[in-house]
Design a protein. Structure first.
Length: 694
């Protein structure tokens, strides 16, 4: 029996060898005993949890503040070797104790040095000569060797038991999943049941309405006949009473001819009345009566066959995902889901399966399903709108399948290439503001700070450049458009002298090699014409930043129309920054400080608007460049939010180019290629970046 002092010693030893926070024993891993400068010891895992990401840690015992700023990390704290040495000593003592073999109870406590394999018991030397002789079928061996062998057998059994535990956990998960799916099919069946019997009720009510109509029609018909007969009798009585009065007067006069005439007249009337009476007696009034017993047996039989309950063992229990190696915002992405039953056979009722894709904004993303009922595989294609983790939830009959969830890590859409860097040499830029593409894919880039336009091939090779007018100290340009018919480059001449920044009333026309072909000035008409566009008719569209108006000139330079004024209503502007031409010559205007996009038809009539101030999807903070591709998609430079947003025609948000790994800085104009790329003038990074957006 242990003495009280021994119990106290064991308790003290347990306090020494266990962490006082989590009460787990110290070890050489994450439970390593770490000694704080205040000489209190705790395990490394608890210290990590208490410190978190902070640079200081308060000792849980004395509250002394410990500095953990680099290089003073939790791992660098001194290990309490006193505790580790005590643990090793106790471990060695326990091992030595375990090797002490107790004596044989049958043979004077002799050492148990042997092992009988047949009986599977340790034995002494005398046992081998008496009760466990080899001549009687017993096989003996050295006890140490037997212990090693039995340990191997035990380890094998432990491994099998661990496998059984894992298998049981997996089967428990499958059963829980089936229980969830069982509830889903129950809920779906009840909904279908309610819907079906409401439909049956509607059919019965339709029959009821039909019979009601027939009853009312029959009643109305018979009532009309009776009314007609009554009217005829009343008319006959009136005529007969009149004739009776006349005949009574004739009787008083004793005139033979009158008597004969009225006798014949009243006799004919009486004969007519007798005929009508006989006719009425022959025509019975038909009354309609509802027979509530008719069909009762039939409907009882039918009701017993309304609907049926079918038992199915086909439940989706196992869901396996095949996720894409790489997913990028704005680009189509496909992943697969394999649905199986518990016996790992294909789940063929794939029409009852749905997959919701939730993005970081908690929006459900539209997707396209391609399902195989034979293999149970579903391919899901979707277009991520933004970067970040997207959660795919698999549902059965609209209810989530337990554990059927996967995370798709969508990367930011970053540039695939860039043109230029800061400088004045050919192919370099200072504050590029706009981009335009010719029909061959050559890029003409407005290099505003260097007062020039530079041409690059479709492969991104520098071709040549030309200056904007001879007065490059005072004039440059901010916008550009290319006439698809003549190939002329159209850009506004902008005074970049700070003292006369408002002056921008001239439109310049250059050949592709940089020769000035034409110059149109509109002093007093325009003030800050910063950007241009051209439609299919050759009309030149100019956005005036200061006048808050759009000017449209024909190809001869004559003003065709002007629309817009200062304000925030439809058709009003607050500093329009860029304009482009979309499908059917729609004019799309970036309404800068109204933080929106407005669309107008060819005649300048307002069509629609979208946007609003903010940084959520579809919102803007000072939009700049706009472009429309051949599919009608509208791409918008969201300047203040340093991104490019993509919309369907009409302003429905589809995706965003965030470029998180290569951030835009004051982006301005942009242009789209025919093969799904967009080129963005990244002004303050002094380059043009190219993105794949579809």
């Amino acid at each position: 029996m242990a003495t009280p002092s021994c119990g106290r010693q064991d308790s003290k030893m347990e306090e020494l060898l266990n962490c006082p926070i989590c009460l787990d024993p110290y070890n050489d891993g994450d439970k390593t005993p770490k000694l704080l400068p205040c000489h209190h010891t705790f395990c490394m895992a608890c210290l990590r949890r208490l410190a978190g990401r902070n640079q200081y840690l308060d000792c849980p015992n004395c509250r002394q503040k410990i500095n953990l700023s680099s290089p003073n990390t939790i791992e660098s704290l001194q290990t309490n070797f006193y505790i580790t040495n005590v643990k090793e000593a106790i471990h060695e003592q326990n091992e030595a104790s375990s090797k002490i073999v107790s004596g044989c109870k049958k043979h004077a406590n002799q050492p148990l040095a042997f092992f009988c394999k047949k009986c599977e018991v340790p034995i002494c030397r005398d046992c081998t000569l008496m009760d466990h002789k080899e001549t009687t079928g017993h096989v003996t061996t050295n006890l140490d060797d037997a212990v090693k062998e039995q340990k191997r057998f035990l380890e094998i059994e432990i491994m099998e038991a661990q496998g059984n535990v894992m298998s049981n956990k997996a089967n428990m998960s499958l059963l829980e999943s089936e229980a969830t799916n069982l509830r889903a099919i129950k809920d779906d069946s009840l909904v279908r049941l309610e819907q079906s019997f409401k439909h049956y009720q509607a059919i019965l009510m339709q029959r009821c309405d039909q019979l009601r109509t027939e009853i009312m029609d029959q009643y109305t018909n018979q009532k009309e006949k009776l009314g007609t007969g009554t009217d005829q009798l009343m008319s006959s009585n009136t005529n007969l009473n009149s004739l009776i009065e006349e005949c009574t007067g004739v009787l008083k006069r004793d005139e033979v001819f009158d008597i004969l005439a009225y006798k014949s007249k009243i006799a004919g009337k009486n004969s007519e009345m007798r005929y009508l009476e006989q006719t009425r007696d022959a025509q019975d009034t038909v009354a309609v009566k509802f027979d509530d017993t008719c069909g009762e047996e039939l409907i009882s039989q039918c009701v017993s066959h309304l609907g049926s309950l079918q038992l199915t063992t086909s439940l989706p229990s196992i869901v396996q995902f095949k996720l894409p190696l790489c997913a990028t915002a704005s680009l189509m992405c496909t992943f697969s889901v394999l649905i199986q039953k518990r016996n790992r056979q294909a789940f063929t009722q794939v029409s009852s399966i749905s997959v919701d894709i939730i993005d970081p904004s908690d929006d459900t993303i539209d997707s396209i399903f391609t399902a195989s009922s034979q293999s149970g595989q579903i391919d899901i294609t979707f277009r991520p709108q933004i970067s970040g983790p997207h959660i795919a939830n698999v549902k059965y009959l609209g209810q989530p399948i337990k554990g059927a969830k996967a995370t798709i890590d969508v990367q930011s859409n970053n540039p695939v290439s860039r043109l230029g860097s800061k400088g004045c040499d050919p192919g370099m830029f200072q504050y590029p503001r706009a981009v335009a593409l010719d029909p061959h894919g050559n890029a003409f880039i407005v290099d505003t700070g260097n007062c020039r336009i530079q041409k690059f091939s479709s492969q991104g090779k520098f071709q040549h450049h030309f200056k904007i007018t001879n007065d490059t100290d005072n004039y440059s340009t901010c916008g550009i458009a290319i006439d698809p018919n003549s190939g002329l480059i159209i850009c506004p001449e902008v005074n970049i002298d700070a003292a006369d920044l408002a002056k921008a009333d001239t439109i310049m026309f250059y050949t592709p090699d940089g020769r000035l072909r034409q110059q149109l000035s509109y002093p007093g008409t325009m003030k800050r014409a910063l950007c241009t566009a051209i439609n299919s008719q050759g009309d030149i569209i100019v956005a005036d930043f200061e006048l808050n108006a759009i000017f449209v000139y024909d190809k001869h330079g004559r003003l065709v129309r002007k629309f817009g004024e200062a304000g925030s209503g439809p058709g009003q502007f607050n500093h329009p920054t860029f304009v482009c031409v979309g499908l059917d010559d729609t004019m799309i205007v970036a309404d800068g400080e109204n933080h929106r996009i407005q669309a107008f038809d060819r005649e300048g009539q307002f069509l629609y608007e979208f946007g609003g101030k903010g940084n959520a999807k579809g919102q803007f903070k000072m939009p700049f460049g706009v472009a429309c591709d051949k599919h009608g998609n509208i791409l918008v430079v969201d300047g203040g939010n340093k991104r490019v947003q993509i919309f369907k025609q009409g302003g429905i948000f589809t995706s965003c180019l965030e470029s998180l790994n290569d951030r835009l800085s004051a982006p301005r104009g942009l242009a789209v290629t025919q093969d799904g790329y967009v080129m963005v003038a990244d002004r303050d990074n002094h380059c043009v970046k190219k993105f794949k957006y579809m």
